[in-house]
Design a protein around this ligand. Structure first.
Ligand SMILES: Nc1nc2c(ncn2[C@@H]2O[C@H](COP(=O)(O)O)[C@@H](O)[C@H]2O)c(=O)[nH]1
Ligand SMILES: [Mn+2]
Ligand SMILES: [Mn+2]
Length: 486
């Protein structure tokens, strides 16, 4: 990891720390980093806070350049970063503020099984998941779409595969944006990107992507848990994946197209990786249309991953997935930019909210929260690591007031991949996990070392902060029982 951040992080209360505008010439707004003292120590270990300050220089940025407690260094923007820009004030769109894995996100599926029903079947279950759900870098899957079908899929989102029997319409009700971001234009996605995506839909990918069987080990808010249909000892499945090679290529193509935009449109950037273009420019419009199409592909990918998990459970437990109650709680994106209405300085306006490693957390009553959850707020799904815990939270009002309706997206890395790999050399992480009651299977042993639990911060600490700051509230904590990794 890069050397540490020594700049100012002034506490302004409620777990929020300010990098004042005066820290660097060119900052248009302050930086706001949400953390407690324990996490601040980890956050200072790399230059992610400096990246927060750099983002504060983007044209049209509103209120503050914001970062969540799971912040760590990323391409241009930190992971865990939130930035809203106003098109009416020359606001920009930046691919680095979305990330290479467009619409990387998490889907959470409930079952009507309990710990006692699965505990003697975990090895069989994980093995069946591992050999059914394709994982690993560049892996293709069993669903093959030609270029025309891939483009249709990007226009329609999971509806396209549900119409072909791969899921049910109610899955869409429980997906952010109903699984279809409007105004996606698949024709703005290059042929090369389409080619990369055509055979990868329904595959997990590598590294931090996973499919995990979990058990609810604590319930913190019984009323909300009831609305979400969660209870103690219940078995659930969490899926973390994105838009595979297709999204990566859309990002790469746009970065090439944005290379000269700062000169063309007359603004300065402190870091080339912050490449951006005005929202209302040909380059900006093209990226937005392609990014939305890639996002729809990402929802579709998780739909197909869920469908394969449903099939495996049905095979192992000898009952249909419907009979096993395998209903989707929710699917959330955590790498995306969206045009949303927010109140800024007492005025409602439409802004482009970039969430890179950050999750939408809309509160009760928001029209974009599915009807079923509208009295309590949207479910927020937070993976932690494969050895300790993950969480279901609920969106809350504080997020609308402070972070453009956003909360954290995970635990966030505490060690670089290189450091974690070195730390794991000669160890059998799978055996260590088995001792703790977690069955893990991965395409590569190095992958398990890079992804070992201590490579991440403790997600419970991250959740403490977002709960305390009222960016989202604790509902239930899950612990892992079995995981497949790329
Ligand atoms: N429950 C698990 N959580 C995991 C695992 N591997 C990673 N993670 C968490 O996911 C987030 C999201 O990662 P990102 O790539 O989107 O930034 C990460 O911060 C970890 O907390 C796992 O195997 N199981
Ligand atoms: Mn992700
Ligand atoms: Mn991803």
């Amino acid at each position: 990891m890069k050397s540490g951040f020594t700049g100012p992080l002034e506490s302004i209360g409620c777990c929020c720390h300010r990098i004042p505008k005066s820290y660097k010439t060119g900052m248009r707004v302050d930086g706001h980093i949400y953390a407690n003292d324990k996490l601040l120590e980890a956050i200072r270990k790399d230059q992610a806070p400096d990246q927060v300050a750099n983002v504060a220089m983007l044209p049209g940025i509103q209120v503050a350049s914001i970062a969540m407690p799971d912040i760590h260094w990323g391409y241009g923007f930190c992971i865990g970063g939130v930035c809203a820009t106003d098109p009416e004030e020359g606001g920009v769109i930046s691919p680095g503020g979305v990330g290479y894995d467009i619409n990387c996100g998490v889907r959470f599926i409930k079952t009507n099984l309990y710990l006692d029903d699965v505990k003697h079947h975990m090895k069989k279950l994980v093995k069946a998941l591992f050999y059914t759900v394709p994982s690993g870098a560049g892996r293709t899957g069993r669903y093959k779409f030609d270029a025309t079908e891939t483009r249709r899929l990007m226009g329609e989102g999971p509806r396209f595969v549900i119409d072909r029997g791969l899921g049910v319409a109610r899955d869409l009700d429980h997906t952010e944006a109903n699984g279809r971001i409007d105004d996606a234009d698949p024709h703005q996605v290059s042929d090369h990107a389409v080619k990369r995506g055509a055979e990868q839909c329904g595959t997990l990918g590598s590294g931090n992507h996973f499919l995990e069987v979990q058990v609810v080990d604590s319930v913190f808010d019984a009323d909300v848990a009831k609305v979400f249909g969660l209870e103690l000892n219940q078995i659930c499945v969490m899926i973390h994946s994105g838009s595979r090679g297709l999204g990566y290529q859309v990002c790469d193509d746009s970065l090439a197209a944005f290379r000269n935009c700062s000169t063309k449109y007359g603004f300065e950037l402190p870091d080339r990786q912050l490449a951006c273009a005005p929202v209302d420019s040909p380059e900006g419009r093209k990226y937005i249309a392609a990014m939305r199409a890639a996002a729809n592909y990402g929802f579709c990918n998780r739909q197909l991953l869920m469908q394969q998990a449903r099939e495996v459970f049905a095979g192992v437990f000898g009952r249909s997935w419907e009979d096993l109650g395998m209903e989707q709680l929710y699917d959330v994106a955590h790498n995306i930019a969206k045009l949303e209405e927010h109140t800024v300085d007492g005025k409602k306006k439409k802004v482009w909210v970039h969430r890179k490693g950050a999750t939408r957390a809309f509160p009760a009553g928001h029209p974009e929260v599915p009807e079923k959850y509208r009295t309590v707020g949207q479910p927020v799904i937070i993976p932690g690591d494969m050895g300790r815990a993950s969480w279901v939270l609920v969106g809350s009002q504080g997020a609308m007031e402070k972070t453009f309706g956003t909360t954290c997206h995970g635990a966030g890395r505490a060690m670089s991949r290189t450091a974690a790999l070195k730390d794991g050399a000669g160890r059998r992480i799978d055996r260590e996990l088995e001792h703790k009651g977690v069955i893990a299977m991965a395409s590569s042993r190095n992958g398990l070392a890079e992804e070992q639990p201590k490579a991440y911060k403790n997600v419970d600490d991250v959740v403490d902060v977002v709960h305390e700051a009222d960016l989202s509230r604790r509902v239930a904590r899950m612990r892992p029982l079995g995981v497949i990794k790329g």
